[in-house]
Ligand binder design. Sequence first.
Ligand code: ADP
Ligand code: ZN
Length: 735
Amino acid sequence: MNANAMEADFFTEGTLVGVLTAEPLDRVLDYRAPEGGCEIGAFVEVPLGPRRVIGVVWGRGQGGYDPTKIRKIANVVDVAPMRPEMRQFLERAAQYTFTPLSAMLRLATRAPALGASPQARRLYTRGATTPARMTDARARVMDVIDEYGGAALSQTELALAAGVSSAVIKGLVEQGALAQVEAPRDAPFPALDHHLEGKNLSPDQADISRRLRHKIAAGGFGASLLKGVTGSGKTEVYLEAVAEALAKGQQALVLLPEIALSAEFLTRVEARFGARPAEWHSGITMAERRRVWKMVGEGAAQLVVGARSSLFLPFRDLGLVVVDEEHDASYKQEDGVFYNARDMAVLRGSVAGAQVILASATPSLETWANAEAGKYERFGLPARFGASELPQMSAIDMRLEDVPSGQWISPSLAHEVAARISAGEQSLLFLNRRGFAPITLCRACGVQIACDHCDARMVEHRFQKRLICHQCGETKDIPETCPACGVEGKLTALGPGVERIAEEAQALFPQARVAILSSDLFGSARALKAQIAEIAEGGCDIIIGTQLVAKGHNFPNLTLVGVVDADLGLHGSDLRAAERSFQLMHQVAGRAGRAEKAGVAMMQTYQPEHPVITAILANDDEGFWRAEAAMREAAAMPPYGRLAGIVISSPDLAECFDLGNHLARHDGALRQIQAQVFGPAPAPVARVRGRHRVRLLVKAPKGAPIQAALAHWLNGLKYSNKLRLSVDIDPQSFY
Ligand code: ADP
Ligand code: ZN
């Protein structure tokens, strides 16, 4: 059904209406309009079997069912109805990503208890007393409250987040350690003042802001690439675009790739507009979630700063979407619904008639190509703001360095770190590998310790004193004896992770304060933010970090970036290996010299002549993209061709291959659009959580109707319920 079609927009009591629910049924169900009628787009509660679920009135009923069995809508929920633009966005997004519409609706209704009145809920926060006897479970409950910054949570939410039973919570309430508070009304967000003065812009910044403001003032859809080196003031510039949207009375959405980044950003928004915007990400409470969702729908939240899922909020009048660090891989969701938030932002903008700004120092090749082709307007900020200079880049040729085995920091790099320490400046050693060592090998029998459930090695995490599987999260004790041959004392850690580099750095510089920034070392986003703030204030001399540090943090005293292994991402079967490596190293290098002090970035490499390395050293990013684009175009690979990844998984390997082979043999629907199918083959990670994984790759010419062909190809397929088949349009990773 098309939300655009001409339809009556009000249904009187008893009329047959189609209701879309978030239940995995993938069809719109017929109901009768309730007493008082309902309008199209209304959020309603409907009986479904023995339950009541939330749904949206999607249009006229289909009919064709036994009319006596059709049930009535229970009631209309008191929230703003879903706008036609939003219904159209969900339909197009479902169609593009090859996802059931019901799953899209689920993304759009991720706010709890939409049907309930806020007064009906009880929330708990820290009480006046501390518990008499502090058990582990009780401590976890109190920690959860701290994590949410002292906010009030519901009993279910607390119990779930702390992993305790409701009895533990009741106990704490009885003791007065938890206090019951009135659920806050869903209050509007404080108004943002677009009249406040922004910073004094440089001529380049002012020119781009003026042009962006003009586009927003003119209205309608358009997409722009805002390409500027790190520290050039992209954020300042797009905040001007936000100001224009606010001035027009429209709403704006800024997507950020990492929650940890949002703290700094919120402060900047507050400085610019006099109040904080609404936040939407996994670190907000259920009560806040509900508030944001409702206020966005009522237009009482002017600006939302959020993670990718904020694209599915019910904006009343969206004027601008900004995707900051648009190249970031975390915009691709690969869990449940497969979608790329950058692409969905452009779709949302086009449906809503809003402007979309994609900002990055190192855009994705897709976006770069769209700008080259003139589909996106291009704005460039070639220099850093003010006195701050881009870091000097150089390579350290590891073939010429004398590095003892089991160590990774070359004498040349160590020399530079030492110089920073004596100057009272900070160094960052970057290695994109969590843990202590990626491989634990038995020197007696040669076995490498692997996960029992996955086709993956266990990674030693020395701080946690565990071996961890990075695929499924399973952990094991670090054994004394080899689990395969039983020989004692022969297990050896091979290769470096950040923890091991930290150990090496500490041994080289015993007086230095060393800090590790790696996502697994922090129990919560709050702890991570605190650590980042401490480092920014000068709380350490050497930072050892994974890609977590590549993302936009400002460390004013950081003047040296050392890339421990610049070769790490250069090879591999991944189509985007070179692009990713280039982006990552560019971003990491950009952490150096953000303030008055000049910075230096050094890359340890065994292949200084590799094109990616030479492009980075020469600061020739346009050259790099052109070369990369030419290669992709010659191979008809994205963005010059289209891909869809199919993963078939099951505990039974033969079953996966049977279905895969069946699909490969019956590829008529694909051949009709000149698409090819490759595979089935074991996926690069051939087993995860006990399920075998087999993949097929469909490659189609650019512009071919790949979704329609896939639908035709997969239509009517029958398989056992142990088996799962997932379709990933424009896959980003090939694991
Ligand atoms: P980017 O988003 O491109 O990395 P930012 O917008 O974060 O760059 O700017 C980098 C730093 O320079 C920030 O601290 C920012 O406040 C500062 N800055 C940028 N432009 C200006 C300006 N016109 N006036 C004052 N400070 C600025
Ligand atoms: Zn595993």
